[in-house]
Ligand binder design. Structure first.
Ligand code: HEM
Length: 398
């Protein structure tokens, strides 16, 4: 099922799954998984406390046992990330990190993001062409996040490079072991660097996210170590990198393919926030989200057994006609069911407001400075990953 045609366009397969049943046992996926393709099912599953987020053992199970043991450090580090925790530890960390993502703090980042967006377009303003992914969508979220965290300018390229090595591992299904090893060593380097930066902030607080995180962690009554805080910093840096890049690329491609919607947006830029939600619904960066059955239960008449994997199909849920009228149509004025692009429930994306601000700012500038943007090649290549949907490259002229 998950072949090259699926990567190019997963939506017909999703439609068949939704029409078939609200839940399917699918064997050609690790040791098997429950697939949940409907809006109602995904929304329910993501809020069900009987499903656990502790799933990092799955990250390395594609490798033979001797290679898995080489990657144990990698797996254990990931296991500390907020997104892979369950309550009560998840709630403790969420409280700490939430304090650093308050709406006013995100809004304060707007001038910096806007300046960066314009700088990235300036670099290509003379030749009027760029690879939108490599030249714009990749650097925008990466630089935004390192700047917000407070990584010194001289260290930014190195830190972004490590994040790329980790992204390479997540970005490709069946990554060769060398890619996994490179990601493991990048993660180790990142954690060491963040630990050092946090120690520096402890003696010399600054006006940055690392200082805020440190202060919020210190108020948390010793529930976690500095190592774990450094792991959360890596998680924050990484989580917003791939996903935001994909939303930028998927959004621009959707507009180029739907010129009447592009015209609507150009005529009325106040539609941009709604349009960004629609891009995320139409071609969601996070297509699949898994959980592990912690307590057995019945869902849609099927027995979910302890330890089984459940795959909530976000990308399918958002094309469910029971939740969105005419779901395969891009409609930048769409209203309707809340989007599931940023998840739902306790693990709802902590960076959703930041990502939306980045993408809204980007499209504001695209409309103004690249209003006639078009594809420079008819060939569109998607990243070969069924979990994340995004473009490898998007050469454009403008
Ligand atoms: C378009 C961009 C983004 C998309 C589509 C996206 C999507 C998601 C989704 C679907 C989840 C839920 C995962 C789950 O339920 O297992 C999530 C969680 C998370 N996201 Fe994002 N994200 C984006 C940007 C960001 C940014 C910019 C940041 C960082 C500033 C970020 C940080 C996180 C974190 C830390 C979590 C874990 C929250 C928790 O477990 O409580 N994300 N994201």
């Amino acid at each position: 099922m998950f072949d090259a045609d699926f990567i190019a366009n997963p939506y017909p397969t999703y439609a068949k799954l939704r029409e078939g049943a609200p839940i399917h046992w699918f064997t050609q996926f690790g040791n098997g998984t429950w697939l949940i393709p409907t809006y109602e099912g995904v929304s329910t599953a993501l809020q069900d406390p009987r499903l656990s987020s502790k799933r990092t053992h799955r990250l390395v199970e594609q490798y033979p046992p001797e290679q898995q043991s080489q990657l144990s450090d990698f797996r254990d580090q990931f296991a500390k990330w907020l997104v892979f925790l369950d309550p009560p530890r998840h709630s403790l960390w969420r409280r700490v990190i939430n304090k650093c993502f308050l709406p006013a703090m995100i809004a304060a980042a707007h001038p910096r993001i806007s300046a960066l967006v314009n700088r990235l377009i300036d670099r290509h303003a003379a030749e009027r062409k760029m690879d939108f992914i490599e030249d714009f969508a990749r650097p925008l979220p990466a630089i935004t996040m390192v700047e917000l965290l407070g990584v010194d300018a001289a260290e930014r390229e190195e830190v972004i490079g490590w994040t790329d090595d980790i992204a390479n591992f997540f970005g490709n299904a069946n990554s060769p072991i060398e890619v996994a090893n490179a990601a493991q060593s990048a993660l180790r380097s990142l954690i060491e660097r963040f630990k050092h930066m946090l120690e520096v902030r402890s003696a010399d607080p600054r006006d940055d996210l690392l200082t805020l995180l440190l202060q919020a962690w210190e108020e948390g009554d010793d529930f976690a170590t500095l190592d774990e805080l450094a792991a959360q910093c890596c998680a924050l840096l990484f989580a917003g990198h791939e996903t935001t890049r994909m939303l930028l690329g998927n959004g621009l491609l959707a507009l180029i393919n739907n010129p009447e919607q592009f015209a609507l947006l150009k005529g009325n830029p106040s539609l941009i926030p709604g349009a960004v939600k629609e891009f995320a619904r139409f071609d969601a960066p996070v297509q699949l989200n898994s959980r592990v059955v912690a307590t057995p239960f019945e869902m849609y008449g099927r027995e979910l057994k302890q330890g089984q994997i459940v795959t909530a199909m976000l990308g399918s849920a958002q094309r469910d006609p029971r939740a969105f009228a005419d779901p395969d149509r891009l409609d930048v004025t769409r209203r309707g069911s809340p989007s599931l692009s940023f998840g739902k429930g306790a693990h709802y994306c902590i960076g959703a407001a930041l990502a939306s601000l980045e993408v809204e700012t980007a499209f504001g500038a695209i409309i103004e400075r690249m209003p006639n943007v078009k594809l420079a090649t008819p060939e569109i290549k998607w990243v070969g990953n069924i979990y994340f949907r995004g473009l490898r490259s998007l050469p454009v002229e403008f």
